[in-house]
Design a protein around this ligand. Structure first.
Ligand SMILES: Cc1ncc(COP(=O)(O)O)c(C=O)c1O
Length: 382
């Protein structure tokens, strides 16, 4: 090994990861690739952070997060009968990314198997690879909900199962019955559940997500991961948090403070202000994603060879195409046609033959991008 060679696990990550390095779209290109709200952060959040800075909030914060922010977050968790959540059950992190990284590093090691229903948010598998664990991908059912029989076969002996709900990349909202069955399948096991609910406020009518912490059979084994990024259009602020069994939370807090230190103090004051926003502020943003979802479903339905399971939440559509061309090659060809999308293969083996389209983009751009995409597939079929 030379001094400049990456560590073994980094080399392994480079070999296995399908996550692309992301760059801004070149001029003239429309991006349907980013999982990032196009709305500005609500002004009261910005004002609170500025006021905090002016007021002297320029020093280190508590390493687990501002106590008042943690207390407010604990108060927002689903009730836990007999053991109310407290500030000590919550760790504020550098986005959900650092929450996920901390919990995986804190609980997964060599020899540990982690079940990931896939296609799944691609960060999960990469974190397991970095931690030296083994990824056990379990394909979803054709309707993109969990294949519970396949999960029943895979779960025994697993150290962890990890998923997002609503799901990135599929746009599916897993139902209460799916969560309850997962809880029943895990009964008596030591398997930890990591429920990443980054899109919990972005669900389409009739698909209200059930938090895993509200399911009695999951409550005591679930680490809940949340972020301000999507709900409040705060991706650049980098605020997330986790809550769950105290021993896991404490271990994750130790990993987080070792790798990250405390979170920017003023940013946490912004997060406190976000929690005070009236519901209608978030609802108004969610409405725009819903309208764009409807636009995309209408635009893509009836196009020969394309199939979109109508998204139930988040701001993604997972589009199946039938040309047989690998999704990374399709994404490259579409980039040449000036529309950026994400290759389905990024999200796991069953993602091949799919593209992920983000609706978190202005309606005109969405329309232009979909036109270009449909034109590509029409000419590919000729
Ligand atoms: C499911 C899911 N979890 C976590 C994240 C990361 O969120 P954050 O910006 O808080 O790191 C994303 C971002 O795309 C996501 O889609």
């Amino acid at each position: 090994m030379t001094a400049a060679a990456p560590a073994f696990r980094v080399a392994e990550l480079r070999r296995r990861s399908r996550r692309p390095a992301l760059a801004p779209a070149p001029p003239g290109t429309v991006s349907l690739a980013m999982g990032e709200p196009d709305h500005p952060t609500p002004p009261p959040v910005v004002a609170a952070a500025v006021a905090a800075l002016r007021g002297g909030a320029t020093h280190y914060a508590d390493q687990k997060g501002l106590p008042e922010l943690r207390a407010a977050l604990a108060a927002g968790l689903p009730a836990r009968p007999g053991r109310p959540w407290t500030a000590d059950d919550v760790v504020v992190t550098h986005g959900a990314t650092a929450a996920l990284a901390a919990v995986v590093a804190a609980t997964v090691g060599p020899g540990d198997r982690v079940v990931i229903p896939e296609p799944a948010y691609s960060l999960y598998a990469d974190l397991v690879v970095l931690a030296g664990g083994t990824v056990d991908f379990v394909p979803l059912a054709p309707d993109l909900h969990w294949d519970l029989d396949a999960l029943a076969a895979a779960l025994p002996g697993a150290a962890m199962v990890i998923f997002s709900n609503p799901s990135n990349p599929t746009g599916i909202v897993h139902r209460r019955q799916e969560l309850e069955t997962l809880g029943a399948l895990l009964d008596g096991s030591g398997t930890l559940v990591v429920s990443d609910e980054a899109y919990h406020r972005l669900a389409h009518p009739g698909h209200t997500p059930v938090p895993a912490l509200a399911v009695p059979s999951l409550r005591d084994r679930t680490v809940y991961v949340q972020t301000f990024s999507k709900t409040y259009a705060m991706t650049g602020w980098r605020v997330g948090y986790l809550a769950g069994p105290r021993a896991v939370v404490d271990a994750a807090a130790q990993v987080h403070r070792t790798g990250n230190g405390s979170l920017n103090t003023a940013v946490q004051h912004g997060a406190l202000a976000a929690l005070e926003l009236p519901d209608r502020v978030v609802d108004a943003m969610a409405d725009t994603y819903r309208q764009r979802r409807d636009l995309a479903v209408a635009h893509l339905s009836g196009v020969p060879g394309l199939h979109l399971v109508p998204p139930e939440g988040a701001f993604y559509g997972f589009l199946r195409y039938g040309t047989g061309v690998p999704s990374e090659a399709v994404a490259r060809a579409l980039a040449e046609q000036k529309v950026l999308v994400r290759a389905g293969a990024e999200y796991g083996p069953s993602g091949e033959g799919h593209l992920r389209i983000s609706f978190a983009t202005a309606e005109d751009d969405l329309w232009t991008g979909l036109e270009r995409l449909v034109r590509y597939f029409r000419s590919a079929r000729r």
